[in-house]
Write a protein that binds this ligand. Structure first.
Ligand SMILES: [Zn+2]
Length: 93
């Protein structure tokens, strides 16, 4: 997984989670600041949901700017709600 530099962060403190080296699904990772913790498996599930939201919002943004100069094309889209996640990543698109 070369170039995989996405960090997993606490959704509340935005600091990196700490856990055992080479953590497996059942290992617990925790936020060093507030102590929020869960198994790596649950954390990754939450982080994936967050990544999907970030990706969807990014696509929507580029679509609406692609059509912003066109009078004939109306882009209607439902705003993607900002959910709060217990765990997030620093993924930026
Ligand atoms: Zn925290």
């Amino acid at each position: 997984m070369a170039g995989n530099t996405v960090k997993v962060l606490c959704g509340s403190c935005k600091v990196g989670l700490e856990g055992p080296a080479n953590a497996k699904d059942h290992d617990v990772v925790a936020c060093p600041r507030c102590g929020r913790s869960d198994t790596l498996k649950n954390v990754m599930r939450e982080v994936t949901k967050h990544a999907e939201e970030v990706t969807a919002r990014s696509i929507q943004k580029s679509l609406s700017s692609a059509f912003s100069g066109s009078k004939n094309t109306k882009v209607t889209h439902n705003p993607i709600p900002h959910r709060s996640y217990r765990f997030i990543s620093d993924l930026k698109l």
